[in-house]
Design a binder for this molecule. Structure first.
Ligand SMILES: C[S@@+](CC[C@H](N)C(=O)[O-])C[C@H]1O[C@@H](n2cnc3c(N)ncnc32)[C@H](O)[C@@H]1O
Length: 341
């Protein structure tokens, strides 16, 4: 199996230099999975791919596996530069905090993804750099960790707090919205204010992002479970709940994967329809088709979506009926009831 992703093809040219490859924030590429010993990622799909092949996996927030990177001396660590530069800077700081000063690591990325700007960012953080290779419209740099100075700030400074009416939101570069409250989410919350029962419900927030829906529901006394495929979103949602003095269960899950056999009174979601920059209806389709199994009899699914998305057809197939709770021309809020099983 040869590397398919261009950044992995560039790494493949250097593979004799890598004995124990630990990749940070990589794309899914079979060659890379086979070639590496472990992965650090916030992406559930990536973690599952590596775990399925028996490799070591961790998110940057797994305290229990904190020693996975060890002192880094016996590992060849490669950071894949993400499209969101602020997230890339966060990973650089995280590596500097996790590993002893002077631990070597490489950074690889595509020219289209902005890798050529990385040397400037490294210099601003006081990290050295050296260009190692360049091919497939990608570049590979070598660097090593340093003790960050106070001007650089810790990785924790990337967590930002935003005020919305009635709630404080905590977010991180790369988490949906990041400081902007989605117009569709707002429309859904407004329409729920009058339709949501006052008695405490067991509610699932599917694709929680920074946790705005979870916090809004928990603030109204409901028992919230929040899930998201991104470990950064899971951490953001936990921090949002804490910032508002609220409680909830927050899990990393690919749609319902962490919730086997569980049922809820309501499922509320602003479902994803993008993966990176591509349109992908897969998760939202799975959410709608599997929702009846995860709702108690009489339970409700409430979702918001751009008017052009094909959700009415999916809802009709899964629930045989649905209603429009709100419609502001750009967004529609749909609700469907689980009548029997
Ligand atoms: C449109 S955003 C909504 C975020 C937040 N609930 C809000 O209303 O602002 C969709 C969220 O779904 C998450 N997501 C994407 N694919 C998913 C999947 N397969 N399973 C669970 N969550 C997913 C994304 O990470 C993102 O946080």
């Amino acid at each position: 199996m040869s590397a398919q992703d261009p950044a992995c093809q560039l790494l493949a040219r250097q593979q004799d230099n890598y004995d124990a490859l630990w990749v940070v924030g990589p794309p899914i590429d079979s060659w890379l999975v086979d070639r590496s010993a472990g992965v650090v990622s916030g992406d559930h799909d990536v973690l599952i791919e590596w775990a399925t092949k028996g490799k070591q996996v961790r998110t940057p927030f797994d305290i229990a596996t904190d020693d996975a990177l060890g002192n880094g001396q016996d590992k060849d660590i490669v950071l894949f530069w993400p499209k969101a530069h602020q997230l890339g800077i966060w990973w650089l700081k995280w590596l500097c905090e996790q590993l002893p000063s002077g631990t070597p690591f490489d950074i690889v990325g595509a020219h289209l993804g902005g890798i050529k700007r990385v040397p400037q960012m490294l210099e601003e953080l006081g990290l050295p750099w050296d260009k190692r290779d360049n091919a497939r419209r990608c570049t590979l740099f070598a660097s090593h960790t340093v003790a960050l100075n106070s001007a650089s700030g810790s990785s924790d400074t990337a967590w930002q707090t935003f005020e919305t009416p009635g709630l404080t939101l905590v977010s991180h570069p790369g988490v949906f919205g990041h400081g902007k409250v989605d117009e569709g989410t707002l429309l859904m919350l407004e329409s729920l204010e009058s339709s949501l029962p006052k008695k405490p419900l067991k509610v699932l927030d599917m694709g929680c992002g920074d946790g705005i829906i979870s916090a809004w529901l928990a603030q109204r006394g409901h028992l919230v479970t929040a899930v998201d495929v991104s470990a950064f979103a899971v951490e953001a949602c936990k921090r949002t709940l804490t910032a508002n003095g609220l409680e909830g269960r927050v899990l990393r899950s690919d749609v319902f994967s962490a919730l086997e056999g569980e049922q809820f009174d309501w499922i509320v979601s602003n479902p994803p329809f993008h993966k990176e920059r591509d349109i992908s209806y897969g998760p939202s389709q799975r959410l709608i088709s599997k929702a009846p199994e995860h709702l108690k009899t009489g339970g409700r699914l409430v979702i918001v979506a751009n008017g052009f998305l094909p959700y009415p057809d999916h809802l009709q197939r899964a629930f045989q009926d649905f209603h429009i709770l709100a419609d502001n021309r750009r967004f529609k809020v749909y609700t469907a009831k689980q009548l029997s099983r």
